[in-house]
Design a binder for this molecule. Structure first.
Ligand SMILES: *Cc1c(COP(=O)(O)O)cnc(C)c1O
Length: 459
C-alpha cells in the first residue's frame, strides 16, 4: 500500500510558501481593475490572482505558493500543468484548431468517443456526443432521454447541482445564489428526496422507497423520461447515498422504462478512486455526463450511453459550434492515457487513505464537525453548531477566510452552506495534506462565533 505521491517532477516545489500577506499587493491591484471591468455576478471565493500552477500547488502573481484543495471545482484532478497535457495541446494547436465536427469531422472526436465507450461502466454498445460544458451535457442528456422515451418529466434529487443554463438551473436544488430572480424556469422538473445518511438516518432501501413513493404520488412513473443523479453529490455537500439506494432506484427505472442518468461531471474521471463514482454503488447507468476532470482544464464535456438511446435523436438534433474542439479532445486523450499510465485511480485511493488518517478524527476532536465523509480525493466536512446537527454556515465562512488568508484553497458546499469541500488533485503529497489540514484545524479552533439561528434541515 503506497502512501507516496507519484514520482513526477514538478515545475513549482510542492510546498506552501507565503512571501506577502494574502491577497498580496499585485492581487489587490488586479482586484481594483477587475471591479472596474468584470460583472459582480461572477463572484469569487478568494481574490488571489494566480499566475502558475504545478501538481497540487498554485503560485499567485505575488510569488506566494498555495495548496490547492479545489482544482477549480474538481477540474485539474491530474494536477496543474501536466507536461503530457501541455504537449498534446501545443501539438494539436499547431495542426488544426477547428472545423466543427458536424460540418467536416476529425479523428480526435472519434477517439474520445471510443475511449468513453471503453472506460464507462456497462457491457453494451455505447455512443457519445461531445459538448463544451457540464450544463450543456446535462441539458443534452435531458433532450435525448425525452426524445427516446417520448415522455415529459425529469426527476432530480434534493441538493442536486446540474448547472446554470435555464434548464439546468431549474434542475438545481437551491434557490440561492444560483437561481434567485432568474426565472421563469421550464416545467416538468421534479425534485425528490435523496438518501442523506447524516441527516435522514435511513437505510438505502428505506430512502429509495421514500424517493419512489414521491415519484409515484407526485409525477407518475409512466410520464418520467429520465432520473438524474450525482452518485456522489458535489455542490450539494459530498452527499453519498446509503448502500443499496441506487441499486433500488436503478431497478425501479428499468421496471418503468425511465432513463437513469448518472451526472458524473464532478465525481467522475478518477476523482473518487474509480473511473466513475456510480461504480461505488454497483450500478450501470443508461447515460453518463462527464466534464470537469475530463481534459485537464480544457473545456470539454460529454454525454455517453446506450447506443439505442443516444441514437434516438435525429441528425442535427444535437450539436454546437465548439463542441468536441480538436484541442480539448487532444487534452482529454492525454488525460485518459495518464490516468491509466500513472495509475491515478490508485492515487485517488491513496489520497482517500491519507485524508481519512489525517482528518477522519475531527468528529471526535471538534464538536462543530458532524461528519467527515468522502471517496478518493472528494471529501466533505459537515460543519454543525456544537453538539447538534444544525448547519453552521458562519463557521464555514470563517474557515474559508482563514484558510485562503493562510495559503490553502478549499471549497464550500451544501444546501445550507455548511460543508467544507475538499477536491485536491490526486497527485497531492502526504506532506501537503498534513500542512493544509493543520491550517484548517487552526481555522476550526479560532472560531468563536455563533451560527445562523433558525435553520432546521428536514432532509
Ligand atoms: C459543475 C457541474 C455541472 C455544470 O458544469 P458546468 O461546466 O459548470 O456547466 C453539472 N453537474 C455537476 C454535478 C457539476 O458538478
Amino acid at each position: 500500500m503506497t502512501t507516496e505521491a507519484p514520482s513526477r517532477t514538478f515545475d513549482i516545489p510542492q510546498e506552501r510558501r507565503l512571501v506577502t500577506e494574502l491577497p498580496g499587493p499585485r492581487s489587490r491591484e488586479l482586484q481594483a481593475r477587475r471591479l472596474a471591468s468584470v460583472s459582480r455576478g461572477a463572484g469569487t471565493l478568494a481574490n488571489i490572482y494566480m499566475a502558475r500552477g504545478s501538481g497540487a500547488v498554485l503560485e499567485d502573481v505575488d510569488g506566494n505558493r498555495l495548496i490547492d484543495l479545489g482544482c477549480g471545482i474538481g477540474v485539474t484532478t491530474i494536477g496543474h500543468a501536466h507536461p503530457a497535457v501541455q504537449a498534446a495541446v501545443a501539438e494539436q494547436a499547431s495542426q488544426l484548431t477547428h472545423t466543427l465536427f458536424t460540418v467536416t469531422p476529425y479523428e480526435n472526436y472519434v477517439r474520445v468517443a471510443e475511449q468513453l465507450a471503453r472506460i464507462t461502466p456497462g457491457d453494451f454498445e455505447k455512443h457519445s456526443i461531445l459538448v463544451n460544458s457540464g450544463a450543456e451535457a446535462v441539458e443534452n442528456a435531458a433532450k435525448i432521454a425525452r426524445r427516446y422515451t417520448g415522455r415529459r418529466a425529469l426527476v432530480v434529487l434534493d441538493h442536486a447541482f446540474h448547472g446554470r443554463t435555464n434548464m439546468t438551473m431549474a434542475m438545481t436544488y437551491r434557490p440561492w445564489p444560483e437561481r434567485e430572480g432568474m426565472g421563469p424556469f421550464p416545467g416538468e422538473i421534479y425534485s425528490v428526496p435523496i438518501s442523506y445518511p447524516f441527516r435522514d438516518g435511513l437505510s438505502g432501501a428505506e430512502a429509495a422507497e421514500r424517493t419512489i413513493d414521491y415519484i409515484e404520488t407526485h409525477v407518475g412513473p409512466r410520464d418520467v423520461a429520465a432520473f438524474f443523479a450525482e452518485p456522489i453529490q458535489g455542490d450539494g455537500g459530498i452527499v453519498i447515498p446509503a448502500p443499496g439506494y441506487f441499486e433500488r432506484i436503478a431497478q425501479y427505472c428499468r421496471d418503468n422504462g425511465i432513463v437513469f442518468v448518472a451526472d458524473e461531471i464532478q465525481a467522475g474521471f478518477a476523482r473518487t478512486g474509480a473511473w466513475f463514482s456510480i461504480e461505488h454503488h454497483g450500478v450501470v447507468p443508461d447515460l453518463i455526463t462527464s466534464a470537469k476532470g475530463i481534459a485537464g482544464g480544457m473545456p470539454l464535456a460529454a454525454v455517453t450511453g446506450r447506443a439505442e438511446i443516444m441514437d434516438a435523436v435525429q441528425p442535427g438534433g444535437v450539436g454546437g459550434t465548439f463542441g468536441g474542439n480538436p484541442v480539448s479532445t487532444a487534452a482529454a486523450l492525454a488525460v485518459i492515457d495518464l490516468i491509466e499510465r500513472e495509475d491515478l485511480i490508485g492515487e485517488a485511493q491513496r489520497v482517500e487513505r491519507a485524508l481519512v488518517e489525517r482528518i477522519g478524527g475531527w468528529t471526535e476532536k471538534y464538536d462543530t464537525v458532524g461528519e467527515v465523509r468522502g471517496k478518493g480525493a472528494m471529501f466533505g466536512v459537515e460543519l454543525v453548531e456544537p453538539g447538534t446537527r444544525r448547519p453552521n454556515p458562519a463557521l464555514l465562512k470563517h474557515v474559508l477566510k482563514h484558510a485562503t488568508e493562510h495559503g490553502v484553497i478549499p471549497l464550500d458546499a451544501g444546501s445550507w452552506d455548511s460543508v467544507l469541500r475538499l477536491l485536491p488533485s490526486v497527485v497531492i503529497s502526504e506532506a501537503l495534506i498534513d500542512d493544509a489540514a493543520g491550517v484548517l484545524e487552526e481555522a476550526l479552533e479560532s472560531f468563536h462565533g455563533v451560527g445562523e439561528p433558525g435553520i432546521v434541515p428536514t432532509s
